[in-house]
Design a protein around this ligand. Structure first.
Ligand SMILES: Nc1ncnc2c1ncn2[C@@H]1O[C@H](COP(=O)(O)OP(=O)(O)OP(=O)(O)O)[C@@H](O)[C@H]1O
Length: 275
């Protein structure tokens, strides 16, 4: 079953002027052949993401969430259907978009500043404006004072902040995040959630986040896409409907938060009681 829901502008959204979606998945299916076995990773996946929207994707392990992000980035070719960015079909890798992975994968011999700047160098961005942007991101992500530190001198949370800066340095119109906080401890993860939401609001970037945390998905997003187990398809797209200003503790206690997380848990068939 697929659910196709047009984005509905609300208090927490910024649709663009000409109405075209930032990301469109149009009946995308992906099949892999590995060691003579065919695996259908995605089946008939359709959804739109509006410019400036924050959308999370949750689903069981192996349901094709990473594959979905790779299709949008042009790293995996769909077997059927089309992914489009701002109305243009994705036919090749798209270096203009930002990608944050679970592991920061920083260059150990480069300082924080030079790890972030590397992306600007690879994209041949003008040095002056790139350096301004690097400094602005360092300030925005709370890395001030650590610009000259090497990756091994940073905590896991700080490494992921560097990874986020690196993905944002070229001001990507779309940021893809694949379980970026999965390796962090619970408290650092909460802190990163709060920071990510603030950074998203400051940069106005369209974000697609893959996460295993239902709470993280609901706290951060305008909408949450819930996927079925493999072959991954869209079970339901949930409008979170929480206010734009989201204090972390108050949001966790809000009735709307409890309703959304309970509904997603139910869709995923998660057991919530021990027996
Ligand atoms: N390059 C590939 N070749 C063959 N099979 C692949 C390839 N990439 C992914 N798959 C298969 O496609 C399915 C979906 O994988 P994917 O990594 O997208 O799932 P996921 O939902 O991100 O998983 P997880 O939550 O565990 O990270 C899996 O069965 C996986 O083994």
């Amino acid at each position: 079953m697929t659910t196709r829901m047009r984005f509905r502008p609300d208090a927490d959204s910024r649709p663009d002027e000409d109405g075209s979606a930032a990301v469109t998945m149009g009946q995308v299916s992906v099949r892999f052949t590995a060691r003579r076995t065919r695996v259908t990773a995605l089946r008939d996946v359709s959804f739109d993401v509006a410019p400036g929207e924050f959308v999370s994707i949750v689903g069981p392990s192996g349901c094709g969430k990473s594959t979905l992000l790779k299709v949008i980035a042009g790293l995996t070719k769909p077997s059927a259907g089309t992914a489009s960015l701002f109305g243009l079909p994705v036919t090749a890798p798209r270096p203009d978009i930002g990608y944050v992975f679970q592991r920061a994968a920083l260059l150990e011999w480069r300082s924080v500043r030079r790890n972030i700047a590397l992306q600007a160098e690879m994209r041949h961005l003008p040095r002056g404006s790139a350096s301004e942007r690097v400094e602005a991101l360092i300030g925005m992500t709370g890395l001030r004072g650590f610009e000259d530190a090497l990756p091994h001198e940073l905590s896991g949370g700080m490494q992921q902040r560097v990874s986020l800066c690196r993905a944002l340095v070229h001001e990507p119109p779309v940021l893809l995040m694949d379980e970026p906080f999965g390796a962090l401890d619970a408290l650092t993860r909460e802190q990163m959630n709060v920071e990510l939401r603030r950074i998203w609001r400051e940069t106005a970037t369209t974000v697609l986040l893959v996460t295993h945390s239902i709470a993280e998905a609901v706290y951060l997003s305008n909408r949450v896409i819930v996927m079925s187990s493999r072959p991954g398809s869209v079970l339901e797209i949930i409008d979170v409907g929480l206010p734009r200003d989201r204090d972390y503790v108050a949001t966790m206690a809000a009735p709307g938060f409890a309703t959304a997380t309970a509904h997603i848990r139910e869709l995923l068939g998660a057991r919530t009681t021990a027996d």
